[in-house]
Design a protein around this ligand. Structure first.
Ligand code: ADP
Ligand code: MG
Length: 393
């Protein structure tokens, strides 16, 4: 019996029906594109949330996390409503709520969770928690929901129940990634393709550098970028910025004028909206370039695309911070092939593409630079492209 299953039995006094796992993710390229109906390219991490679960028929939901200093949280499924729970239990409870809201019969559950996905590091520990809960309930209750639809329900739980306005990338990555691949996802219609990304076979490593900082600035910034992108799309007469082809970017920027924006009650000055549009359209293009490089087996060629993406996030979208910029500049100076911040920014993590035999040196230089700057020591680990959510017992 797994540790999580044993813990379940100790806690609830009987054996679970099964044990499921769902990974965290890191996004290789395509940032702040998902709310613009654009392209993203995440890969699943070996780090994952594991849940031992059993059904209940009495309308009670009990959840416990081995990682939280909190006992069992007991809830009544019929009483679940957005905003009714603000603690960590909102993630699994939100999934139960979203399933029931979609018309699925879920009459309760006992849940025991343990996760080694770092929390709050931009690696989607929240999506791992949602997806593992959704998959377990889907299988136990025989709901027959496909993984991509489960991801959408998990996103709905996070958006509407927990109250976090995230896109669908995190949940899709956790639900749908496969080992040795990055997931190309078109967030408009959820069409996707597994793109071979076998780092080890090419003598490469993708390092994740968790800066372990989270600047408060990030909270309002996401909503502001989102509103700015939406205003830009309206002024350009498109439903979403993904409809602006890269070749037409100069023309689109030229058409974004004060007059065009004033008709749309813009949330920001025209220069700012132009920068946002330039980031989104160029990052979508960087995803397409990355796919072409990976399909051609040119994994090293992805390095400069990552660094270019970082410059765009730093200078145009302005969601980086000094710690993330330090990772990128020091890693590149130490011989990395390329690097960029990943996730929402203002802290969190960066990814660094590096030759296997240079990985230790690059990690060491980054750590030394952080120490010299007086920053908290970063956590550095390799991102091995792993499989998505599955039953493990
Ligand atoms: P990220 O998804 O980038 O890690 P979030 O702020 O979206 O950051 O999600 C982190 C939250 O998810 C935590 O504050 C906690 O509420 C919940 N969470 C993540 N992992 C666990 C866990 N192992 N046990 C309980 N709650 C967890
Ligand atoms: Mg999250």
């Amino acid at each position: 019996m797994s540790v999580v299953a044993r813990r379940f039995a100790e806690l609830y006094g009987y054996a679970p029906e099964g044990v499921w796992a769902a990974p965290g993710r890191v996004n290789l390229i395509g940032e702040y594109t998902d709310f613009n109906d654009g392209f993203v390219m995440p890969l699943a991490l070996p780090h994952r949330a594991v849940a031992a679960v059993a059904r209940r028929t009495d309308g009670v939901l009990r959840v416990h996390s081995a990682d939280m200093d909190q006992g069992v949280v007991e809830l009544v499924v019929e009483d679940l409503a957005p905003g009714s729970d603000s603690g960590w239990a909102a993630y699994p409870a939100g999934v139960v709520w979203a399933l029931r809201e979609a018309g699925h019969q879920v009459t309760g559950a006992d849940v025991q969770i343990a996760s080694d996905v770092p929390t709050g590091a931009g690696l989607s520990s929240s999506a791992a928690l949602e997806v593992v809960t959704a998959l377990a309930l889907n299988e136990m209750y025989g709901l027959g929901i496909e993984p991509d639809r489960l991801a959408v329900l998990a996103q709905r739980a996070e958006n509407a129940f927990v109250g976090v306005p995230c896109g669908v990338m995190d949940q899709m990555a956790s639900a749908c990634c496969t080992e040795g691949h990055a997931l190309f996802l078109d967030t408009r219609d959820l069409t996707r393709r597994q793109v071979p990304f076998d780092l080890a076979a090419h003598g490469l490593r993708l390092l994740v550098v968790d800066t372990r900082v989270k600047h408060a600035l990030g909270d309002g910034a996401y909503a502001q970028r989102r509103a700015g992108c939406e205003a830009g799309a309206r002024a350009l007469g498109v439903r979403a910025l993904r409809e602006v082809p890269y070749a037409q970017l100069p023309d689109a920027l030229g058409r974004l004028t004060d007059a065009a924006l004033s008709r749309e009650a813009s949330p920001g000055p025209v220069d700012e909206i132009r920068r946002y549009v330039r980031h989104v359209v160029s990052d979508n293009h960087r995803v397409e370039r990355t796919i072409a490089l990976l399909d051609a087996g040119d994994l090293r060629g992805v390095g400069p695309v990552l660094t270019e993406g970082h410059a765009s996030l730093r200078d145009d979208l302005r969601v980086s911070c000094r710690e993330l910029d330090l990772v990128v500049s020091v890693a590149n100076a130490a011989g990395a092939l390329g690097a960029r911040m990943t996730g929402g920014g203002f802290g969190g993590s960066a990814v660094v593409l590096v030759e296997e035999d240079a990985a230790d040196l690059v990690a060491k230089e980054v750590k030394e630079a952080f120490a010299a700057a007086g920053h908290t020591a970063p956590r550095v680990f390799p991102a091995v492209p792993s499989g998505g959510a599955c039953r493990i017992q």
